[in-house]
Design a protein around this ligand. Structure first.
Ligand SMILES: Cc1ncc(C[n+]2csc(CCOP(=O)(O)OP(=O)(O)O)c2C)c(N)n1
Ligand SMILES: CC(=O)[C@@H](O)[C@H](O)COP(=O)(O)O
Ligand SMILES: [Mg+2]
Length: 627
């Protein structure tokens, strides 16, 4: 007889606190099936969530959330958590416009005490909650769950280093070790963790855990001190974390609820020191297509549950990412000083292609953008030509390094800023909104934005020639527009834009891939009898002053368009025109940029619509300015 489905019939998470292990196992199976089914309809991050189903169930069984604080690092593994915390009815709206976020989000639920999406923040945030609890004389528990990939980042160590001093109460870090980042994990910490798991210690703990469970009084009535002794009985090795002041417990099997629940239950009673529980899981667990794929279905589009086959969109144009990877390979054939650097995003940035061609000239430094930038600076200082390929949003984390280690020393690091502009379903945390402002503010920086894939190829060639200062080029997520790319792209003249279409009344000055929308806007305006010039600025820094001053002189209206926040290209143009007195003669100027809000996730088209940056908005802006 099949059991009555729990998800449909009980009040979760309240009722699951009283579940026994068989009920928890049944619930985990249901949550796993629900997660797979939902993501098959929405797309999203699947493998990470499947790997933490049992852990999620165990934690919501043991903790009194939302009073107890549960923080998920990155948050891409939180779909099971959402299913268990009152959002099951909306789980098929994940990452869709108006629907649930693909990450934890404070505004979405009281069960998400801290928002995330960028990696490695959970220990710091959790420690903050623990310290706040201590200050306020409360006694809730705090748990931070961090992956083996995310624990490669400096921030995680800064937090662990501080843990013993920041709180004198309960604080637990769960290290969810699935031996995967998005790509296979890298670095010495990964090797260290693998050693912990592969040693006979892991087996021994499993056996101890079994005995422990068999003898555990139910309900558990021991004192906190006794509980600590039990938990300490699980401690094997772990000297690294012990040295940082943590009790280290593990490694333990993160899928076996009979072990996981009592060990976590006891470890949660430890209050004299922070605790790190090392849990071993499998990314993609319980869904064969995910388990068997190279990336464990880290991120997927809609798919067929039966076969696991993903619905790939067909495009005639290569992605910008692929163009970056292939162009770099071409140049590298002629220049042995070219190297590629990624911070744990080899496939996302196209550095994987470069690595296949030149395995000895590629560096995956882990989720360590700050290190990636200064590492690149060091290489550049010694005569190499590093291409540091980092998503615009993640480069924010390495900004001081860009300023202090690269720009002030005028080192020729080349920044390939992928995912510039709005990215769609990942939402505001991943939007590449700010790089024009923050890179363009730096003295000496050469900052370019590609309008199409051929322009990207030309900008890569340009940055290769810039050997006395840093340069950066930005390009969006997704496919190019289908233009031809020359066999070997030629460098651009630095600080020179191009006129794409000549007109007389309105000038639209575009930076980046809004050029296509600007051209469509020009068609609309021409149909309304308004002669329109379209210019592609190419450079946000240095600006093509001659071209822009001519546009200002010869047109009644000048509109700048960019896929970036205010304080970026439009502001640079305005400042330059003001400085040159070009605003004193009655020019009607408008700057079109992303709105001054953090936009929620949606399709990129819908987000640009909301931002007012599609063709119809550009045309309307010109008509409004003409009056
Ligand atoms: C600062 C930052 N850099 C890069 C990323 C992209 N990213 C998201 S998840 C992930 C891998 C995380 O690995 P791990 O913590 O082990 O979690 P798993 O997916 O294995 O569960 C990476 C690199 C990010 N979210 N934040
Ligand atoms: C969670 C995370 O940060 C990444 O998985 C990100 O969602 C990848 O984005 P792309 O799909 O644009 O590579
Ligand atoms: Mg991992």
């Amino acid at each position: 007889m099949p059991n009555t489905p729990l998800l449909d019939t009980v009040n979760i998470p309240a009722d699951m606190r009283g579940f026994d292990i068989p009920q928890l196992k049944q619930l985990a199976d249901e949550v796993r099936a629900e997660t797979i089914d939902a993501v098959s309809e929405t797309g999203g991050h699947l493998g990470a969530g499947l790997g933490v189903v049992e852990l999620t169930v165990a934690l919501h069984h043991l903790l009194e959330t939302p009073k107890d604080i549960l923080i998920w690092d990155v948050g891409h593994q939180c779909y099971p958590h959402k299913i268990l915390t009152g959002r099951r009815d909306r789980i098929r709206t994940l990452r869709q416009g108006g629907g649930l976020s693909g990450f934890t989000k404070r505004s979405e639920s009281e069960y998400d005490p801290f928002g995330a999406a960028h990696a490695s923040t959970s220990i710091s945030a959790g420690l903050g909650f623990a310290a706040a609890r201590d200050q306020q004389g409360e006694n809730n528990k705090v748990v931070a769950v961090i992956g083996d990939g995310s624990i490669t980042a400096g921030m995680a160590y800064e937090a662990m280093n501080n843990a013993i001093e920041a709180t004198d109460g309960q604080f637990m870090v769960i290290l969810n070790d699935n031996d995967m980042s998005i790509a296979p994990p890298v670095g010495a910490m990964s090797a260290y963790l693998a050693k912990q798991v592969s040693g006979d210690a892991y087996q021994r703990v499993r056996n101890i855990g079994k005995k422990f469970v068999d003898h555990m009084p139910r309900p558990f009535r021991e004192t906190a001190r006794k509980a600590e002794e039990y938990a300490r009985g699980m401690v094997v090795g772990g000297t690294f974390f012990e040295e940082l002041g943590f009790y280290y417990i593990g490694p333990i099997d993160g899928h076996d609820l009979t072990h996981l629940v009592p060990i976590l239950q006891n470890a949660l009673k430890i209050t004299d020191k922070p605790v790190l529980v090392h849990v071993v899981t499998q990314k993609g667990k319980g869904y064969a297509p995910a388990e068997n794929s190279a990336d464990k279905y880290h991120g997927v589009v809609k798919f067929d549950v039966e076969s696991g086959k993903q619905a790939k969109a067909i495009s005639n144009a290569p992605s910008y990412t692929k163009v970056f990877g292939t162009e770099l390979i071409k140049h590298a054939a002629n220049d042995p000083r070219i190297v590629g650097i990624t911070a744990a995003m080899p496939s996302g940035t196209g550095i994987d292609l470069f690595g296949q061609a030149y395995p000895d000239r590629v560096y995956d430094v882990g989720i360590a953008e700050q290190h990636a930038v200064t590492f690149a600076a060091g290489m550049a200082a010694d005569g190499m030509k590093p291409f540091c390929a980092i998503y615009s949003t993640f480069l924010q984390r390495g900004y001081d390094q860009v300023v202090h280690d690269v720009a002030i020393q005028s080192l020729p690091v080349r920044f390939a800023m992928d995912r510039a502009g709005l990215v769609g379903s990942d939402g505001s945390t991943h939007a590449g909104s700010f790089d024009i402002g923050f890179m363009g503010a730096l003295p000496g920086m050469v900052l370019m934005a590609a309008a199409d894939e051929a322009e990207l190829a030309a900008m890569i060639a340009t940055s290769l020639e810039i050997d006395d200062r840093p340069s950066a080029f930005r390009y969006p997520r997704g496919d190019g527009v289908g233009v031809d790319i020359p066999e070997l792209a030629k460098p651009l003249e630095i600080g020179k834009g191009r006129i794409v279409k000549e007109g007389t009344k309105v000038a639209i000055l575009s930076l980046g891939t809004r050029l296509q929308e600007s051209l469509k806007a020009a068609d609309m305006l021409e149909q309304a009898g308004i002669s329109t010039t379209i210019a592609d600025a190419r450079f946000a820094k240095p600006l093509d002053e001659d071209m822009i001053l001519r546009l200002a002189r010869e047109h009644e209206v000048l509109i700048t368009v960019e896929e970036g926040a205010m304080g970026g290209f439009g502001a640079f143009v305005l400042q330059m025109l003001a400085e040159k007195g070009a605003l004193d003669r009655g020019l009607k100027i408008r700057t079109m940029h992303l709105p001054d809000i953090f936009q929620d996730h949606n399709s990129p088209m819908a987000m640009y619509d909301e931002a007012g940056l599609n063709a119809k908005h550009i045309a309307a802006k010109a008509i409004e300015a003409l009056g």
